[in-house]
Design a protein around this ligand. Structure first.
Ligand code: ZN
Length: 413
């Protein structure tokens, strides 16, 4: 079983599936179809039912229930085919370090890319000692995010389809594009998926389970100044919007409310971009917190800073527009405790010590949960996502396979 899992993973990571945030198409890149079509064909080949690839690039399939367990709740498992545009995902050359012995790894295609267990930032690689470690070669990311999730789901699906002794209810499989650019479920029809609960397999070390994400808003502050000829600016009352943008940023409490100075459950106000001129300047922000009230308070703080700026410069115009992005899935999952209870029990069934890790970001599950399909996240064993030092082990991915099979049994009871 372990070798089939490894070979699947190695096959998937070599397919170039980087998504593109600037694209107007869906999926954002043609190349994602290559893996989506392959998965459709592989699901058909292993005997899954109802296999479809939709016009928007969702692969869906059914693992039919064991006879007399058709009435059990339908549970879905999801993973995404794209890799992050932050780093090249083209021409990935995975390297298997069989029975890794804990030595420093210098990636062969770029000697500056080093995974050194002596560096505290990378010391978690020592959990891979004695396992079959997989890295990239130095010039690309590996793509364990989220091809580890896909390999886990495909391997577990094959096991459930082949082994009639495993008793389970109806199971749905779904592979999605464009998760990394935040559009992963834009066109996903949850009625077509037809599940009452779902899980994403997307990142995290063995045992990590997440039923909370950030709640998220975006904010745009537009500052309109008074533009005059600089030679006569003093006489004609110039108000420079560029300076006002600087004052705005200076007034924000960076020490305790910026991503670079916060951790855990503390949220932030983060300026993501600024553009403009003397006449007008726009500053864009993302606002994040696990708690909706604290999120609202951060938005209010930004508004107050804008009001103060406006009061100081009455001839300028300062507007602040806050728009909702997504909400912490925990607000809904608290009302469906069986979804996490079954997951924790399934982990225990296969000897995995689970622990809750609130996500400092959003997942496809955040949006699915808000739309009515509660979807927490399960680990894949992947580490150092979105960069050249990404790694995963075959044995850790196998734990994901074991958890999915155990979870299928738990839902079939
Ligand atoms: Zn991911």
């Amino acid at each position: 079983m372990t070798n089939a899992l490894r070979d699947r993973f190695l096959r998937y990571v070599q397919i170039y599936t980087t998504s593109d945030p600037f694209s107007k198409t869906y999926p954002s890149t043609e190349r994602q179809w290559d893996l989506l079509r392959l998965l459709r064909d592989e699901l058909t080949a292993i005997g899954a039912a109802d296999v479809v690839l939709t016009e928007h690039g969702y692969v869906m399939a059914t693992i039919p229930a064991t006879p007399r367990h058709e009435q059990a709740p339908v549970v879905a498992f999801l993973a995404h085919v794209d890799t992050a545009p932050d780093f090249s995902g083209e021409g990935v050359k995975p390297i298997v370090h069989a029975n890794y012995d804990g030595h420093k790894i210098v990636l062969p295609d770029d000697a500056n890319q080093v995974i050194d267990p002596a560096n505290p930032m990378y010391a978690d690689i020592l959990t891979a000692v004695g396992k079959d470690l997989i890295t990239a070669s130095g010039t690309t990311l590996l793509g364990a995010d989220d091809k580890a999730g896909i390999a886990i789901i495909m391997t577990a699906a094959e096991q459930l389809l082949r082994d009639a002794s495993i008793v389970h209810g109806p199971i749905r499989i779904c592979f999605t594009p464009d998760e990394e650019i935040g559009r992963g479920v834009d066109y996903l029809d949850i009625n077509q998926l037809g599940a009452s609960a779902a899980y994403t397999f997307d990142g995290g070390g063995v045992g990590e389970v997440s039923w909370e994400t950030f709640s998220a808003d975006g904010a745009v502050v537009e500052i309109t100044g008074v533009s005059t000829h600089p030679g006569t600016a003093n006489a004609y009352g110039m108000v420079n919007a560029v300076h006002l943008a600087g004052k705005l940023l200076g007034m924000l409490p960076r020490e305790f409310a910026a991503p670079e100075s916060t951790n855990g459950r503390v949220g932030f106000i983060h300026p993501t971009g600024i553009e403009g001129s003397t006449a007008s300047t726009t500053v864009r922000f993302i606002i994040r917190d696990h708690d909706n009230d604290k999120l609202a308070a951060k938005g209010q703080m930004l508004r107050l800073v804008c009001d103060a700026l406006q009061a100081g410069y009455p001839t300028a115009k300062v507007t602040c527009t806050i728009t909702k992005q997504y909400r912490n899935m925990g607000y809904w999952l608290r009302d469906r405790p069986e979804i996490m209870d079954k997951l924790r029990a399934a982990c225990a069934d296969v000897g995995v010590a689970s622990y809750d890790e609130p996500v400092r970001g959003g997942t496809d599950g955040s949006r699915l949960t808000e739309r009515g399909l509660p979807t927490p996240n399960i680990f894949t064993g992947g580490h150092n996502a979105h960069g050249p030092l990404e790694w995963v082990t075959v044995q850790d991915m196998q734990k994901g396979v074991d958890v999915m099979v155990a979870l299928a049994k738990r839902w079939g009871e």
